[in-house]
Design a protein around this ligand. Sequence first.
Ligand code: NAD
Ligand code: DAU
Length: 335
Amino acid sequence: MKLLVTGGAGFIGANFVRRTLATRPEAEVTVLDALTYAGSLGTLADIADQVVFVKGDVADEAVVDELVRQSEAVVHFAAETHNDNALVNPGAFVRSNIVGSFVLLEAVRRHGVRLHQVSTDEVYGDLALGEDRRFLEGDAFNPSSPYSASKAGGDLLLRAWVRSFGVEATVSHCTNNFGPWQHVEKFIPRQITNLLVGGSVKVYGDGKHVRDWIHVDDHNDAVWAILDKGEPGRTYHIGAGNEQGNLAVAQLLCELTGADPDRIELVLDRPGHDRRYALDASRLTAELGWSPRKTDFRAALGETVDWYRAHQDWWGAEKSGVEAQYARREHGARG
Ligand code: NAD
Ligand code: DAU
């Protein structure tokens, strides 16, 4: 199969490419990635001879048209993905996440190519703490941040292109991922690397916000289940039913690194910070037979800590710049 993977130099996309090469030797993989601050060729260095890499923007019609024309299926990961950045520069999110999806949808429509779009649980907005509910496929979108609104925008376009033009497309909404190759701006890698360099664990607000964590390999296996057996036009939730409060994750990271929990610091909250995300992923299990495998959170998080310990060459150069950016934002917000 000739597969185009957008955003394949980022966290989930690069893990997807690795998993695909390991489990699907017949796949011919082309990666399209703009190599923003979040993407890096270093992430693909050891498999560079097994993929075709094209540096380009998913909102660039000419580049996308040519690559889609040569493909049998497209898996669309490329996006601006960090909520904190969306509060500073939302325009980049509109361009990559809405215009990017539009350009891809038009290209798959022209060339009759199968598309799977990777989206987020955040499109539904948040749930209250303690509310006995998880979002279901079919619930209304109610995004609260510029990032989640831009992802919802791309997903609404996909729904319209399926209904109006009959494009062969599916979309998945997944919960928070963790695992190797995740940028140090994100919660889990930020705190692991803070602990490894002797810093403190920075938890926003009261630390009671809840996220539903899934290992990136489980996410990517679900994407393959949808590519193999999913029904075009259908939406699938991907989640492992692993809700954790941020403070609890911070405490577990201290335990796993042997750090004193008094290194946890409550810092200024993120504006508009969503309280809780949780998805019901039973459709994927019932219809496609997928279920998560890395469900021992402590063990999987421990492996992730070990990976960051062993890969300082990959994240070390980024770390001080990211922390300086966070410090500037906190300073700016406090005036
Ligand atoms: P990431 O930020 O680590 O990687 C994004 C990649 O996309 C980078 O390589 C970047 O260079 C590339 N990119 C950004 N804009 C581009 C553009 N205009 N053209 C081409 N390439 C571009 O993100 P991630 O965490 O790997 O997320 C991948 C996808 O999964 C995103 O669509 C995200 O919304 C979705 N998602 C992420 C999570 C999560 O927890 N990380 C959960 C659910 C869904
Ligand atoms: O839910 C899926 C989404 O998960 C994806 O669509 C996004 O691309 C991905 O970035 C992630 O969004 P979050 O905003 O939930 O992830 P983040 O890692 O930024 O933060 C996780 C939680 O930790 C959130 O409640 C904010 C909090 N946090 C984050 C950082 C960076 C902190 O308390 N301290 C921090 O330093």
